[in-house]
Design a protein around this ligand. Sequence first.
Ligand code: NAP
Length: 514
Amino acid sequence: MERLHNYVAGQWQAGQGDGAVLRDPLSGAALAAVDNTGLDLPAACDWARRTGGAALRALSYAERAALLGRVAEVLQANRDKYYDIALRNSGTVKQDSAVDIEGGIYTLSYYAKLGAGLAERGFRADGPADTLARDGAYQVQHIAVPVRGLALLINAFNFPSWGLWEKAGPALLSGVPIVVKPATATAWLAHAMVADVLAAGVLPAGALTLVCGSSAGLLDALAPGDVLSFTGSSDTAALLRAHPRVARDGVRMNAETDSLNCALLGPDAAEGGAAFDALVREAVREITVKSGQKCTAIRRILVPRAAYARAAEAIAAALADIAVGDPRNPAVRMGSLVSRAQHDDVQAGIQALRAGSEVLFDGGRVQLLDADPAISACVAPWLLGAPDPDAHPLAHDREVFGPLATLMPYRDAGHAYELARRGQGSLVASVYSDDTAFLARSALELADSHGRVHLVSPEAARTHTGHGNVMPQALHGGPGRAGGGEELGGLRALALYHRRAAIQGAPQRLQALA
Ligand code: NAP
């Protein structure tokens, strides 16, 4: 079994304990162990801030963008190895591994290209100067400068690659060194990628630190001026928000947490047609891609009452065609959850939501291919129905992080929006309709409670980028329960890693800033 070391203060270091074991979710076989017991985390963070921060800030935005491009090339050159690790440690079919691996590389490449067009060095101007004195002889210029601290990137288990690089891209482009803490269950892939990037020597010393295993002591090592970028459950986010470094010392925290995302079928599509078909296709895809282990996955499907039975039948029929089991079997279209612990958590969630629902597709009756239900972490897809969604509070509240969605009928558009908002703030809602006015109204009704509103009209049915696909061009994050964070969205992502300041002075002096 491989022991995965940590990269701190410029060297690979082993933890002094036994650590946590990473397993193959199909067989339960031990694959690797991670541990960071005994590491001097405050010294590691101090080294990252001083060495990495200074080296990155000495470069222009475009020069740092070029570094991102080289990181992406290193990852591209090693991608076969990453697919093998994902298969063994995450139990995903190739297409699902690609969402994570290619998604990470694409996002990095996107920021490399975007950053190449930035002409600035040292700071970014935030709008034009504004006059303060009546005669214009005294002005204010707002600027954004990279923080002098580090960015601690804590990631969830479901995206060991994308979760890492979608945070690393904007942070490094901003000039901020990163300390990466992958989720333990799937840390192997993040470890392999970081090891390849370090071996290639494309980043300056101190720009990239890796800590695997327990998170104990990591937040204590933060200091004012650092940034904490977290993805995971809202329970863990609540713990981190209460940590004195965040609550008292002002460490800036961005949180991407869980979400009861919805798909909404327009009243015009109740009788079927292209928008209806698009909703069915997307619901099936979202339930099954990565076995539903996506923070953006559709958890609730809202349809006009008249379409409830038709939608139930169509989605269930498509789910019946999905072969589930060991991704090494070429017939399998949906692999495993990441661990037996997730399997047990998802099964408990299904049982909890089942009470008060009707079962429209029973995943419990599906025969797994080459997977032992008593050992593997495979769970087949489920579709539940809540004929009276107002009376099923749990369906709007419990995120079952697996292949399950609940179909809900609505009375009218107002009722549909009310149901969507019962998710208490979500990452994304998608709307399927051929009615321009309904699409526009839905976007405005849902925008304050959803980070992204994804409109699917028949002419976009084949070209739209997918309800659950997070594109770096578009904002990722959501209000309320989804964490209140903002990631990606092009250059908007750089704001987290910059501080804004108002520089006041005489105009001829302010010009010297550039
Ligand atoms: P989690 O249990 O909250 O863990 C997330 C990360 O936090 C892991 O790296 C974990 O490390 C670390 N962690 C746990 N306790 C900590 C503590 N006290 N201090 C510092 N770090 C701590 O979440 P998960 O089970 O990995 O991921 C599933 C959840 O993430 C789901 O709810 C999903 O919706 C959400 N998610 C959200 C997004 C998004 O972009 N909004 C994306 C993906 C996933 P260990 O692994 O070592 O415990």
